[in-house]
Ligand binder design. Structure first.
Ligand code: BG6
Length: 480
């Protein structure tokens, strides 16, 4: 069981709070990982009475939590710990009311979860301070996106830095809470076998793909301002790249891990000038079919501008300027409304130095995060019978088979528990976020300067043709 605390969720009636955070907190409560006296207080503008909020929370949690895990008694006890406080986070006076509502901290740790628009981050930091709510024990959880550029991210970090110590700030990237993502660290740093081949003399290239079938759902207004680059590439994909490419840390603890990650971000070769056109592809989906269902073009989605040029797909060829990775392309891509949901990392090894057999193919390590958690190594083997006919066969590590079909923790459960335990290993440090923006900004600016409109792709396809050419002209192809 963790510390006695109050958890305040700004954006408490938003999608993230209702769809992810409350179900995660319910699971933690059910497993007795939360203090029984915990208070979870949703903060939002609408003037909802508490019982209406409870009805909304229950409806959304029931829809999200598997039936077998939804225990009526536990829910009754959990919901008694839930509360709702109407306030406008841009108004300083509302924080004074909040302070009165919360009462004396008296040994409780206050956790503020900012699941709200990033333009409210700076006012919230200042108002918490003025209202006397920012004591030394408080913890702040910042949801991505942290800003929309290096400048705005720095302003947010400055504002929180003026009020809280860095150790009190937890910048969340839910990809770091995923089981297979952590397994990637186990795979790399607990298996000496891989280390000698995990470098440019053996690796031809790396692919990191997060492909979604989903569109923008109810988040059109946010997404149309963000686009795939700010929404996914700046954070989730770059975090995955860091874990693939970083050097082994001296200890598995927050500062050591984050020191290594930030070195990778700083070693990323800037994409500027002509490279913006040669090494990046932005796309936007047009109407198409997914799973037999017609879906509209992006610009017809709810709350999206009719002549929007926001990208819903991005692919980039990145390079890391260090000894281990010099010369190895890292191809990153992510997009919405693609043919299938699949998040994966592919380490493509080089072919054997001298070929003895026809038909042999280079080894490939596949780390699949979604939809199934799977790690598999493609090896060449001889087919039975006369003659040396070779075929690639997979050595499979199917985690569901090995560890059984027990309920998998959601990334938010693990990360919320880490916040309660004060462990920031799986959270982004200030310099990481800023280094990521410093690499992304020139790409975004380059697109603007060259009026590089997004390339259309049909919903249900594998993205724009140009994304395929990005690899094809180097004799490579995306792993599908
Ligand atoms: C979020 C993005 O951070 O990650 C969404 O804002 C995206 O646009 C989501 O759909 C993908 O997360 P997951 O865990 O479903 O792969």
């Amino acid at each position: 069981m963790t510390i006695p605390c109050d958890i305040m969720v700004f954006g408490g009636t938003g999608d993230l709070a209702l769809h992810k955070l409350l179900p995660a907190l319910y699971h933690l409560y059910r497993e007795a990982r939360l203090h029984p006296a915990v208070r979870i207080i949703a903060l939002a503008r609408s003037n909802l009475p508490r019982n209406q909020f409870l009805k909304l929370a229950e409806r959304r949690c029931r829809a999200q939590i598997a039936r077998a895990d939804f225990d009526e008694d536990v829910w009754a006890r959990f919901s008694a710990r839930l509360d709702y406080f109407p306030m406008d986070a841009s108004q300083s006076a509302d924080f004074v009311r909040l302070a009165r509502f919360l009462g004396e901290a008296g040994g409780l740790t206050r956790i503020y979860y900012l699941a709200t628009a990033p333009n409210l981050f700076v006012p919230i930091a200042n108002h918490l301070k003025i209202a006397g709510l920012a004591d030394h024990d408080a913890r702040i959880v910042l949801e991505k996106p942290i800003g929309h550029s290096l400048e705005s991210a720095t302003a947010i970090n400055e504002a929180f830095g003026a009020v809280f110590a860095e150790s009190q700030v937890f910048r969340i990237d839910h990809y770091l809470g995923k089981e297979t993502v952590q397994n990637l660290m186990a795979l790399r740093f607990a298996n000496a076998l891989l280390e000698p081949v995990w470098r440019n003399n053996q690796v031809d290239h790396v692919q990191i793909s997060v492909c979604e079938t989903l569109g923008v759902e109810n988040r059109g207004a946010y997404y149309d301002r963000a686009g795939a680059t700010r929404d996914m590439l700046q954070n989730h994909l770059l975090q995955l790249l860091c874990l693939v490419a970083m050097e082994p840390p001296a200890q598995f603890e927050a500062e050591a891990v984050r020191d290594e990650k930030v070195k990778i971000l700083k070693a990323l070769q800037p994409i500027t000038g002509q490279d913006v056109q040669d090494k990046t592809v932005r796309g936007q989906y047009s109407a198409g079919k997914i799973g037999g269902q017609e879906v509209p073009a992006y610009y017809f989605e709810k709350d999206v501008d009719n002549d929007s040029d926001t990208e819903t797909f991005v692919a980039v060829e990145a390079h890391i300027n260090n000894w281990r990775w010099a010369g190895v392309p890292f191809y990153l891509r992510t997009g919405k409304r693609l043919a299938k949901r699949s998040s994966q990392i592919v380490i493509q090894f080089k072919p054997v130095p001298h070929r003895l057999f026809d038909g042999d193919q280079a080894n490939q390590l596949l780390i699949q995060l979604q939809p199934d958690e799977r790690i598999s190594l493609q090896m060449m083997t001889k087919t039975p019978g006369k003659g040396m006919r070779l075929e690639p066969v997979e050595l499979n590590l199917n985690l569901a088979q090995v560890f059984g079909q027990t309920r998998r923790w959601d990334a938010y459960e693990r990360l919320l528990l880490d916040v309660l335990e004060g462990d920031s290993t799986l959270f982004m440090r200030r310099d990481e976020v800023e280094a990521a923006w410093a690499w992304i900004d020139p790409i975004l600016n380059g697109w603007q300067e060259h009026f590089q409109a997004p390339r259309p792709y049909h919903a249900g396809s594998n993205g724009p043709d140009q994304a395929h050419s990005l690899l094809a002209h180097q004799g490579r192809a995306w792993h599908l």
